[in-house]
Design a protein around this ligand. Sequence first.
Ligand code: FES
Length: 621
Amino acid sequence: MNIKFTTGKSISVLNKESIINALKRHEIYLIAACGGKGTCGKCRVKVLGGRYRTSKTGKISQADRNKGIVLACHTFPEEDISLEILEETRLVVGDKIALSKAKDLSELFRSLDGEISLIVKRLYLELPPPTIQDHIGDLERLRRELDLKGIKEMRFSHGFISSMADRMRSPNWKISLAYVGGPEAIFVADGKDSVRYGLAVDIGTTTIVVYIVDLSDGSLIDVGSTYNSQIRHGDDVITRIVHATEGRGLHELRDAVIEDINELIETIIEKHKINREMIETAVISGNTIMSHIFWGLSPQYIREEPYIPTVNFFPMWKAGTARLHINNQAPVYTLPCVASYVGGDIVSGVLASKMHRNHEIALFMDIGTNGEIAIGNNEWLMTAACSAGPCFEGSGIKHGMRATEGAIESVKIDRNTHEPELGVIGNSNPVGICGSGMIDAISEMFLKGIIDQKGKFVRELKTDRIREGEDGVEFVLYRGEKDIVLTEADIENILRAKAAIYAGVSMLIKEVGFTLDNIERVYIAGGFGNYLDVDKAIILGMLPDLPKERFRFLGNTSIAGAYLCLLSERLRKEAEEIAQKMTYMELSASRNFMDEYMSALFLPHTDIALFPTVEKLKNSG
Ligand code: FES
């Protein structure tokens, strides 16, 4: 049997095979937020002709069913069918690599430490070349030289020895021996060679970011980012864990993330003509599940009570083991995790915020797919996680995208005309909307009376910006070749995400016996690009209503932490101390969390007294 597309192309489909699996076999990926369980309703496709059996229809309206729209994960062709993949269902990840200028982190590094102490040490050696009389082996020659310098007990792996013969001869025995603590020799470089690079990686559930750094001074060579291709197996960490425990799932997830990282490395080194052998260290920062999958460890027990990861403090492994396309022998340091749902990305965040060094009580919020929170100071730290979903990173929103060129990042709406004024990254024509744009748009729509407290459009409003679209009622943000809209379903998604974050914050603050007044500083992290309007995020009810001067927006702190650990031994130690010190609170087990969440589903909250600033703004409007 075959599936024929409107483009004329066709692919085979096996007996009793679902449409989504047939497409996957041919490397065509759909948005499958629930990983094919039939519960998210995202994998919609339109069958234009041919007989099929479909087993789940709950997520499809009758009107759509009449048009032939079905869930690809629960539809099985019974003869040749012709198919249209709806634009919003198609998942394109590979071609979304973006190289961008990122915030210069060297200032942050200077403020925290400033002294570079790398994982890989170098030792310059001038070895006497072999002669007929002095004919010992290459390794013995190296050992003899190290002995003379008083360095005993250096270990040599097979990988090191197999590459040393040529590398010692080509610089005429004037070499630079690269080694790591232990000590263990890892490779031989040209003695004159001073170019050294490092790789910092943030593996987010939705987005992957890679920095290539010049290790001599910490300067940034370039940054690349892309969607995490694991999205094709599910949107959040739970669906990924489920997939990892099925058949070849773990391999598929691991291959996806490694390929993404390697593609980003490839793009950067090609652009800057960097020899991959010179990338001598990597540091990985990710949540506990992403870190496990990166190392090929099953995350199965993280999901089963009592929620135990295989590793929190990862040994130093090698790039060859990880299959990273850099120097095979390069050590790979993984930021330590705290617990099942609080990982190295949050340890990175706390490190970059410096809250663990100060006496003031601070709240740290990482607004990503998982939404982790930490509270504390230089004496204590407490942390929790609340699944926010990937919408602020653009996934699951009709015209959502990451904070890259072409993304609407700010929105103002005229109270009388309801016409929006848009700020777009790169000042180009907009192609989508990123997290900060969504926060702006919804809070503006709420303040200007376009949506009500539940996030529903006020239908009687006289504006042609509100219209009935393919996916229900929507607001047109931009009219162009392709209109950019925000639908009621998008708004619902965003409200769910912000409610989870706010509920998490409320619970954690109560747990430590504090009120909002005790919070002297709030650090916000997340992939919002360079912009997040705190006032608007308060109107949305995502951030607590505190004086604006208490907030600091830090950007992507997961990559910042990886960068810091790449450069400094002291900061690696500090990261480990943070992970040791943090107490983890499990929110999912708590009934109060559900109550807090339900109350936070409104704009800004069912209890408006918690948001006096917003109340004042609404009344003054
Ligand atoms: S409903 Fe099909 S992937 Fe979620």
